[in-house]
Design a protein around this ligand. Structure first.
Ligand SMILES: [Mn+2]
Length: 404
């Protein structure tokens, strides 16, 4: 504890008694009726004030910090004078103060801790409020691709996904298949097909039917009544296929500037296709880069420069008839184009026939084989594909992602 300051008169009295007692602190203390430590403290204060003869000259820049009297005489400790007055750096404020004191409780020094000045919580709130003043919240948007080739169009063939199909590998001799395997496998295949396709300015999502395995809760085909192996409930299967379409179209819209989504019915999903179209139309209704074709026509026709592109599921009109159907349904486009391609699904098998100069494809399905098809001994690989067309030059290759 720091001692109370003592008056100069009291200090002089202590000094004179100290000298009279032959520089003996104990005798001085006895004479004053004080403790020896009190006398020592007074002598230190007197030395600081120059009241203790013989005066010891203080070295320039030094000050007396301690005075001690022992058997060998008096020790006067001098230390460099203190530095300049501490000033808080600009922009800082005092965060805290701590002190160190000597055994007598006297203040020997202080730590003044500062930190950069921070605005008050109220001020911070004002700054944030001002920054967001003109901010208008918007729903997440898919950014258009930075580079895309406006002379090209890529057609993604989505056929025969048969979402909801159930396959027991031990029975079919192939892979197991169910709703969650389908969700995962199809999603990954779409992603890779998009990745490996060129960055064309335009894209078509060409849904060619049988995206769903069952068209109702009875788990039978609509027309022939064949019993289907279905995993879980119809509503869950429809929801899964809609989710897959939303996700796939987002991915495609992130790569291609203009996307057109088309869904043609298959023999497994004639009714559900209507719902898939409407779900996707609603999904993209506020985005002008993605359009959804809601036409109930079983055929799709699209002219792109010199190319005439067609698509249908393939269960009704037969492959050899398709070029003539194209010519009749699109007379003007037929005359104005030089390369013609028609895509189909249904048979889950790759074929390419050139009929009257028209390339007619049937495509593989990405789905595992069910027991019915395995029993019939059908053999085919699985894959997902896209085809790219140049506006003046015709077909420019395709991308195929096989599923092993
Ligand atoms: Mn089919």
């Amino acid at each position: 504890m720091a001692l109370a300051p003592v008056s100069d008169d009291a200090l002089r009295e202590t000094v004179s008694l100290y000298l009279a007692n032959g520089n003996n602190q104990q005798k001085t203390a006895d004479a004053l009726g004080l403790a020896r430590s009190t006398v020592q403290n007074r002598l230190t204060q007197a030395a600081r004030k120059g009241l203790l003869p013989p005066a010891v000259p203080t070295m320039p820049g030094f000050e007396v910090t301690r005075l001690q009297t022992g058997p060998r005489g008096t020790t006067i400790e001098q230390r460099p004078e203190k530095g300049e007055v501490f000033e808080i750096p600009e922009g800082h404020r005092i965060k805290g103060v701590s002190a160190f004191i000597d055994p007598d409780g006297r203040l020997r020094g202080q730590w003044v801790k500062t930190r950069e000045g921070e605005p008050s919580p109220e001020r911070t709130a004002e700054i944030i409020q001002a920054a967001f003043e003109k901010f208008e919240p918007k729903a997440p948007n898919v950014l258009p691709p930075r580079d895309s080739d406006s002379d090209r169009l890529t057609t993604y063939i989505f056929c025969d996904w048969h979402v909801g199909l159930f396959a027991y590998g031990k029975e079919t001799g192939g892979p197991d298949w169910d709703l969650s395997i389908a969700r995962q496998t199809l999603s990954a295949a779409v992603k890779e097909t998009v990745e490996t396709s060129p960055p064309s300015g335009r894209a078509i999502i060409l849904g060619l039917g049988d995206l769903l395995h069952a068209d109702n809760g009875r788990n039978q085909t609509e027309r022939s009544g064949n019993v289907l192996d279905v995993d879980t409930r119809y509503s869950k299967c429809l929801e899964t296929v809609c989710d897959l379409m939303a996700e796939s179209s987002e991915l495609i819209a992130s790569k291609h500037n203009h996307v057109e989504a088309v869904f043609k019915p298959g023999n497994h999903d004639e009714n559900s296709t209507v719902g898939i179209r409407q779900a996707l139309r609603m999904y993209w209704r506020q985005n002008e880069r993605v359009t959804v074709d809601t036409s109930p026509d079983a055929f799709y026709w699209r002219r792109f420069g010199v190319n005439l592109i067609g698509g249908t599921h393939g269960d009704k009109a037969k492959i050899p008839d398709l070029p003539m159907i194209m010519a009749n349904r699109r007379k003007e486009d037929w005359g104005a184009t030089t390369t013609r391609h028609i895509h189909t699904g249904h048979i889950h098998h790759d074929t390419l026939r050139e009929i009257g100069g028209v390339h007619v494809y049937s495509h593989r399905a990405p789905v595992a084989q069910d027991a019915y098809h395995a029993w019939h001994g059908y053999l085919s690989g699985r894959s997902m594909k896209s085809y790219t067309y140049h506006v003046d030059k015709g077909a420019r290759g395709h991308s195929e992602v096989e599923i092993s």
